[in-house]
Design a protein around this ligand. Structure first.
Ligand SMILES: [Zn+2]
Length: 412
């Protein structure tokens, strides 16, 4: 088990030194350990460092995935392909207002257009909805009305096959999330609530059909009853909480979460699926991190202290076992850092901000070195958003203003 993650030997908390003279003091206390220096650095200085490194990383990622004038797109997805680069550029544009980032984002989305149409996948993270949704939002910002209406009309053309799964990466909630993304960025009603409600109805109906005693909703993907964010309950419930649910549906959502809390591993981690008895995965896709984000949202939406307590328990697992030997957001350190960011945003507790900072600083200080030595996996698609350093660059951009951070393509 130990070889999946680095033992977390970072202190549980390090105070920041707000003034110049105390910075020197902090530096003295931190000694020669560069990671400790980063952890004690005043946030405004650290934030600038995150920004510098993130923008450098963006340049590298664009060079490797797109080149100077565009490479043929083989993998268009936001998960592991070109759309991830476009999504990263859009985030950079939101922070820097650099029009070049926005224009390049638009060009990359255009290159993904026809190949995504042929893919048959309908979701935001792995399919056509991601291209149409990001394309529309980028077109709006660039002020291109024709392109905006092109992507919106293309989005409306997306048909959900009846045998679609319900999960996030390939299923109904992955499409629903794209609708929410459009409504947030283009305007409420861009996708009418009736359309979204019809998709939610099917999801709830399917969940109830597989229900068992004490667990009112259950779903399957390729025959497995997954619990995690990518393919299972955590991801499905996360998106459902953004839909206006009826009172009986709210009860089903809450009781499903309570079932998960009551049946977690004794360590506080969560099984990857109903049948999983191996307490090994502490990823966003499978395990405590993805469940923690859903619990934080449940605490926010329902105001239930049981969910907040469980989210904090899950965050403790992430702190102890979540310094993964991988870099990305799906099953890497970058994604796990968002657990602490979401708890910081809900509670205002700076200890959670510190923990997010600790994971991000660990990457800032040593990710490149660990990857080059082969001690850390750089991802099967090493520049991608969900598996590679694209996710790390996104985290660094989010660390500039941590109260605004959102797990990419997942938290609204
Ligand atoms: Zn994963």
């Amino acid at each position: 088990m130990a070889d999946r993650f680095f033992p977390n030997v970072m202190p549980d908390f390090v105070s920041e030194m707000p003034t110049l003279s105390s910075t020197n003091l902090a530096e003295q206390e931190a000694g020669s350990d560069p990671l400790m220096k980063l952890l004690s650095m005043p946030y405004p200085s650290l934030s600038q460092q995150f920004k510098r490194v993130a923008l450098d990383l963006n340049e590298t990622i664009v060079k490797e995935t797109w080149g100077v004038s565009g490479k043929p797109v083989h993998d268009f997805t936001l998960y592991s392909g070109a759309l991830g680069t476009a999504f990263l550029l859009f985030r950079a544009y939101q922070i820097t207002n650099d029009e070049n980032d926005l224009k390049l984002c638009c060009r990359i989305v255009t290159a993904c257009d026809s190949i995504s149409l042929a893919s048959g996948v309908v979701t935001l993270i792995c399919g056509r909805a991601g291209v149409c949704a990001l394309g529309a939002v980028a077109a709006k910002h660039v002020g291109d009305k024709w392109l905006l209406s092109h992507y919106l009309s293309q989005f409306k053309e997306i048909k959900l096959p009846s045998n679609l799964p319900d999960e996030l990466l390939y299923g109904r909630v992955g499409f629903l999330w794209a609708c929410l993304f459009l409504n947030k960025h283009i305007g409420e009603g861009t996708v009418p609530s009736l359309c979204m409600r019809a998709v939610a109805d099917e999801i709830i109906q399917n969940g109830r059909a597989l229900a068992k005693r004490q667990c009112p909703l259950m779903f399957e993907w390729y025959g497995e009853k997954y619990w995690g964010a990518a393919h299972g309950l955590a991801g499905i419930i996360h998106v459902l909480m953004d839909i206006k649910l009826k009172p009986d549906e709210v009860e089903d959502v809450k009781n499903t979460l309570k079932y998960m809390i009551n049946n977690r591993f004794p360590t506080g981690n969560y099984p990857a699926s109903e049948e999983d008895r191996r307490d090994v995965l502490v990823h966003w896709c499978h395990g405590a991190p993805g469940v923690a984000l859903t619990l934080v949202k449940a605490a926010k939406v329902f105001g239930d202290s049981e969910f907040l307590k469980a989210a904090k328990d899950a965050a403790e697992v992430v702190w102890n076992r979540g310094l993964l030997k991988r870099v990305g957001i799906c099953h890497g350190i970058s994604g796990n850092a968002y657990v602490f960011l979401s708890l910081y945003q809900l509670t205002g507790n700076v200890e959670f901000l510190y923990k997010a900072k600790a994971f991000a600083c660990f990457l800032l200080d040593r990710a490149h070195m660990l990857i080059s030595r082969g001690e850390m996996h750089g991802g099967d698609s090493p520049y991608s958003m969900f598996e590679g350093i694209g996710g790390m660059a996104y985290l660094f951009l989010d660390m500039i203003e941590p109260s605004e951070a959102k797990f990419p393509a997942y938290e609204i």
